[in-house]
Design a protein around this ligand. Sequence first.
Ligand code: SF4
Length: 534
Amino acid sequence: MPVFLVNPSDVSFGTAVITPRWLYVLAAATPSAYGDPIVVDETLEPLDLDAVGPGDVVGIGIHTSNAFRGYTLGRLARERGAHVVFGGIHATLFPDEAREHGAAHSVVRGDGDVVWAEALEDCAAGRPKPVYEGGRVSGQTFRAARWDLLPRASYMFGSIQTVRGCPKHCSFCSVWRTDGQQPRQRLAGAVVQEVMELRRLGFRFILLADDNFYPVTLEDLRQAGRRSDQSRLEELQALRAERFELMEQLARLPDDFVFMTQITMEAAEDPEFLDAMRKAHIRGALVGVESVTPEGLKAVFKNFNDAGEALVDRLQAFRTHDIHILGSFIFGLPTDKADTFHATADLAQRAGVSFAQFVMLMPFPGTLDFAKWEKEVGSGVQQIDGVPLTRYWLVPPGKRPKVYLPHPTMSNDEIRRGTQHTWDEFYSIRLIWQRSNFLRSLRSRLAFMLISKLYRQMYANTGMATDSARTNRSARWARWIARPCRRLFVTDPAPDLLSASRDRAHTGASRRTAGDNAAPVQFVRSGQATRQIR
Ligand code: SF4
């Protein structure tokens, strides 16, 4: 029984930055009796529907941003007689919608690792159930991915998950509600084994695709320490110790590894943690800065961030530990004003942020912002082609507005143009060149410029352009530049690499380490927030 695993996308670049981990984890969860799954990442190339036939299984993982394309594929696959199974955060939130609009036979809710095999067995028997509840699996049972199925020469970064869940509760993010607030950490040894698997394929740059790599802050420990019952403190200390254990093991890897992750800004006040990150080759981190003003942070329930000059100091603390920041900023918060755009770009530059993304506030289902918006607009909600705006993902992408939440002082177009202008300003040649001054060689600085421009094309223009011609131009440009960029990140495959230790990693020994201990993951990696990493 052929099994397809599909990551839907409206735009294909031929080359992608980050490996979509969930595809290869579900591939690992597919019993060998069905053969190797056919993995299709549409950010590379669209699914060839002619390859889908009666009785096949087509598993489609969706988040809100690609649900429309996913539903289109679901309908087309079902017309061809395939069993259609949806999963991912969006299908978990709206299982009935996946059946109505995506022609789903089944929906896998939550983590798909264990129940995926059950869903396949039922499809093979011709009795697929409407819903499979995957729940939240423990960190010890996160499954290692089938990287052997990865197409060669297509991706720049490998991806591994080390922790799922986030104790915070930002209003624009669904991670804490879908993945839970209790961090579920994976065993360090299992992470390192998978790192080495990716290294054998030539990946030196690996994204630790975690909800929050720093789930226990010093403030958390202080608060727990004040309780008369010390059990919470012990629990947090154990979680923190596991983080250090992981970083110690990563530190033993060869020096040409570069890891990146997602982290909260509070790590800046924890020099011991930053030192351990640096030693562990964690050289980059996405930090959700969101807003540069205290009012903006309050609006998104992110009071634990700093604003203004204190924010500059905090972000620079990462740089002094040799950790480069991809800062994520949100525009369209009720407290934003016309001068917020330039102030944000200026602060990002002064704070030494290496890369930045500027996103417009987006009400994603599963978030507090979405629930508030849906309640506020009520039954008087605007309709587009008969679809209420609160179900905007069902509107064809070209007809959707770019801004959803009404702003007290700025029009939607002002917010969109201000955001676009901020991308232009931050990624101007002059400012990129300034930011590249931490690199010594001219070649490295030119590579930094190339990557900065690629990042801007892939993440700004394709998401914010108001017409499809501009989106297509951006995709073509990114397609053209992405392939040479890839060569800057990967190295020659080393299939015989044996050990994780720095001393032995390049010895070319002939026996490989055993695979990871088997177990589960989500259908799609995590929740969704205004910011998105493709
Ligand atoms: S935005 Fe980041 S810190 Fe906030 S809840 Fe989501 S994952 Fe946690």
